[in-house]
Design a protein around this ligand. Structure first.
Ligand code: SF4
Length: 261
């Protein structure tokens, strides 16, 4: 089917370009219960059958007490498809929720990260795949530039602090209109998380900014992703990348008129 081909092409491109998956890897997909990570799991399972590299795929879900529906139907669905899936209840997260119901994302993520590494280790995985999409990369890029004063997004590939896991985001080129359609076509039981209902105001503003501009420029996110891979540091203001002492004065002439304005 067309959607499947599109996904395989986009995920294949990310996996190849960033050397995300290598021969002999065991990839554990962090399944949140949402459309994105489910799409990621299905695509990696397809890729494992077709790609010239030899790797295996398993999946796991961390229960932190925030799912809005029972996880059972998702488990049944995965079992019927023969997916190697582990469901882990993270008791420290449940205690945190009980003792500090208003804890922020930072603490929640820290607890999740610890659980994720522990589960992946138990599964014998050396790679952990997360379902962040092109939308997440673009939102993060704008949020960082506009609210934290940094030009950065999310790492497509990075390593855990101890370097024992490669952390990958193979949906970097896949937008959420694709994951929504694909998850729907699978008929998979999506399990929403309570937090998905309270998207922060900054995120909401960025999302509505995108949908407004995308009415006239539907390829906006593709262009932004290209921009992230096509830096022109000499046209930015980071002194680490400007050769101010060169005899030719590289980067300086174009700055002067702006400074004189
Ligand atoms: S949005 Fe909810 S689940 Fe996600 S990190 Fe924040 S507190 Fe945790």
């Amino acid at each position: 089917m067309e959607l499947e081909k599109l996904l395989l092409r986009k995920v294949g491109e990310a996996v190849g370009r960033f050397k995300m998956i290598r021969d002999g890897d065991r990839v554990a997909v962090a399944l949140s219960g949402g459309k994105d990570s489910l799409t990621l799991l299905e695509t990696l399972l397809l890729l494992a059958k077709r790609a010239p590299i030899d790797f295996s795929v398993c999946a796991f879900t961390v229960e932190q007490g925030k799912f809005l529906r029972p996880i059972g139907p998702l488990g049944e669905y995965l079992k019927a498809r023969g997916v190697d899936w582990t469901y882990h209840t993270d008791n420290p997260s449940l205690r945190l929720l009980e003792e500090q119901p208003d804890h922020g994302c930072d603490m929640c993520s820290r607890f999740r990260r610890r659980a994720v590494y522990q589960i992946a280790r138990g599964l014998g995985a050396n790679v952990i795949a997360f379902g962040h999409t092109a939308d997440d990369f673009c939102e993060s890029f704008l949020r960082n530039a506009m609210f934290t004063g940094r030009v950065s997004a999310l790492p497509a590939i990075t390593y855990s602090r101890e370097k024992d896991f490669r952390l990958i985001r193979p949906l970097v080129f896949v937008t959420e209109d694709i994951t929504s359609r694909y998850a729907e076509s699978l008929g998979a039981p999506i399990v929403p998380c309570g937090c998905s209902l309270r998207t922060g105001t900054v995120r909401k503003s960025i999302r509505s900014l995108f949908s407004e501009i995308e009415k006239d420029y539907p390829h906006l996110k593709e262009t932004l992703l290209s921009a992230m891979g096509n830096l022109e540091p000499e046209r930015l203001l980071d002194l680490r990348y400007l050769d101010l002492d060169s005899s030719e004065g590289a980067g300086v002439p174009e700055l002067l008129p702006i400074l004189n304005d």
